[in-house]
Ligand binder design. Structure first.
Ligand code: ADP
Ligand code: GLC
Length: 485
């Protein structure tokens, strides 16, 4: 039996309690995969008021204490509520003032204090529970203060023995705010506010930058993104900092939870299917989707799905630019997402002017996402940058062909289709250019309409790709062992 390792995951969202994007999926799936790799995992989360009651009522009170936080000595209530599921322990940090609102994020004015509080409370809770892990694994800027607190205010407490890993899921968000406010809320010693650690410029501190400095290992969610973020274009101002710390930077691609995303047992689908009957049953799901969304019911339509936060990251300006060319009489387009008003508005406009052909679902809806993954023929992910991306993995698992830009994890997971060797998982393009996106969509359509046999082979090939967490969880375990042999 291999050596057992204990890991505390600290993050700001986790499916099924609270999820706004892929971070929520990873916080759910990776701990479960790690328990199968002989790891003992505790996940620490804020107890947001927005967590549905059906989960709140299952939580059990584990204790409470008061914690000092601010420079003026103000102390705060920290409650610990616990829920255990499938071998993973979830501890929710309770404090009505900080977590009584939001969905779960609001704006930096409120988010900076609440995540200063959360990072410190998570460490204090580990000491309080007397559960000292080998590894503390933090995620994104919201928990980047954990390694900073650990090596300063907590250095001589029991939890100070743990090693820390900080995973970058999205470098665009860093938690940048003026130094006096951060000094006030954290009461961290002045020396951490130096230009190599927390200080961003004369005015601002950068929580992620500080975390990257103080953590023992940095990871990000694909091999390609690990390289990209060390360049000025993708580095979001931290490329030099990341190059300096590249010795402790690794890229490990995400997986998906194959029990949660299993087309054969998915009770949200009109007709669950597996690789053996996908070719007939996918048609059933397409028909049901068309009916549910008020689209023209026609088996012969090429249905393109897009499931995404509607932000600049996701390449939606390219999609907008080619919408009129995509709609050609043989194609339907289904969007599911919320985000920037201008994209929401644009997709609403295309629905209004193409009733029965375009359907814009400006909402967050898990069930609908499942039905689109199952009912669409292709899924569009033309991102400007994409640290990993999960939607292309889910699509493949559901036999839906991804059309993606070759960046970050999209590049690492979608092998471009080659018509000469008849191999590949999807259609790709490289430069960020709407003409190239249109070309990729047209290549997909051409194969679909003129060589369905080969298309169908790709559908089955994609369903067979191993997109599970097993391999990547093993790599994380390897890094934990490196940190704590
Ligand atoms: P990101 O984390 O950048 O948003 P990912 O591709 O890693 O992108 O993860 C997105 C996750 O959120 C996927 O599980 C996707 O299905 C889900 N998702 C995104 N938008 C919606 C929506 N409007 N409704 C339901 N699920 C959504
Ligand atoms: C981020 C990234 C996305 C990644 C997800 C989970 O939200 O935008 O590419 O898949 O985190 O790691």
């Amino acid at each position: 039996m291999s050596t057992r390792r204990s890991v505390a995951f600290i993050g700001s969202e986790c499916y099924p309690f609270v999820k706004t994007g892929g971070l929520g999926d990873v916080m759910y799936a990776l701990p479960r995969a790690l328990t199968k790799q002989n790891c003992d995992v505790k996940v620490i989360l804020p107890r947001y008021k927005s967590i549905p009651w059906k989960w709140q009522e299952k939580m059990v009170y584990r204790g409470e204490f008061r914690m000092d936080l601010c420079a003026d000595g103000r102390t705060f209530y920290v409650g610990i509520m616990e829920y255990v599921c499938d071998g993973v322990v979830y501890d929710f940090i309770d404090n009505e003032d900080f977590f009584g609102y939001g969905n779960p994020y609001t704006n930096l004015v409120d988010d900076i204090p609440r995540f200063c509080f959360f990072a410190k409370a998570a460490l204090a809770a580990l000491n309080y529970l007397d559960w000292i892990p080998d590894i503390i694994h933090c995620h994104d800027w919201q928990t980047a203060l954990v390694p900073v607190y650990l090596r300063t205010l907590f250095a001589h407490t029991p939890v100070g023995n743990a090693k820390t890993m900080l995973t970058i899921h999205n470098l665009r968000f860093q938690g940048i705010y003026n130094i006096p406010t951060i000094k006030y809320w954290t009461n961290l010693p002045d020396y951490v506010f130096n230009k190599d650690a927390l200080t961003q410029d004369w005015v601002n501190a950068n929580l992620l930058k500080g975390g990257l400095y103080y953590c023992d290992m940095i990871t990000t969610v694909s091999h390609t993104y690990a390289g990209e973020i060390q360049t000025p274009f993708f580095g979001e101002g931290l490329d030099a900092h990341l190059r300096y710390h590249s010795g402790k930077l690794r890229g490990i691609v995400n997986g998906i939870d194959c029990d949660l995303w299993n087309s054969a047992t998915d009770n949200k689908l009109a007709a669950p299917y597996d690789i053996g009957n996908v070719l007939t049953e996918k048609k059933e799901n397409k028909r049901a989707l068309q009916e549910q969304l008020g689209l023209v019911q026609d088996d012969h339509m090429f249905v393109i799905g897009l499931i995404s936060r509607l932000t600049d990251q996701k390449g939606l300006d390219l999609v907008n630019a080619i919408m009129p060319s995509i709609i050609d009489g043989n194609t339907q387009f289904v969007v599911l997402g919320t985000g920037d008003e201008r994209y929401e508005g644009a997709f609403r406009y295309y629905e209004d002017t193409n009733k029965g052909i375009v359907c814009s679902n400006i909402m967050y809806d898990e069930g609908r996402a499942h039905r689109i993954y199952a009912g669409a023929d292709a899924l569009l992910v033309p991102s400007l940058f994409e640290p990993c991306g999960l939607t292309q993995l889910i699509a493949m698992r559901y036999g839906t062909i991804p059309i993606v830009r070759e960046t970050g994890g999209l590049k690492d997971t979608v092998v471009p289709y080659n018509q000469y060797t008849n191999w590949g998982y999807g259609f790709t393009f490289d430069r960020y250019d709407s003409g190239l996106l249109l070309d990729a969509v047209n290549r997909a359509k051409t194969l679909y309409f003129t060589n369905r046999w080969r298309w169908d082979e790709m559908v089955q090939r994609d369903m067979d790709v191993d997109v599970s967490w097993e391999n990547s969880a093993e790599q994380y375990r390897g890094l934990y062992m490196e940190l704590k042999p």
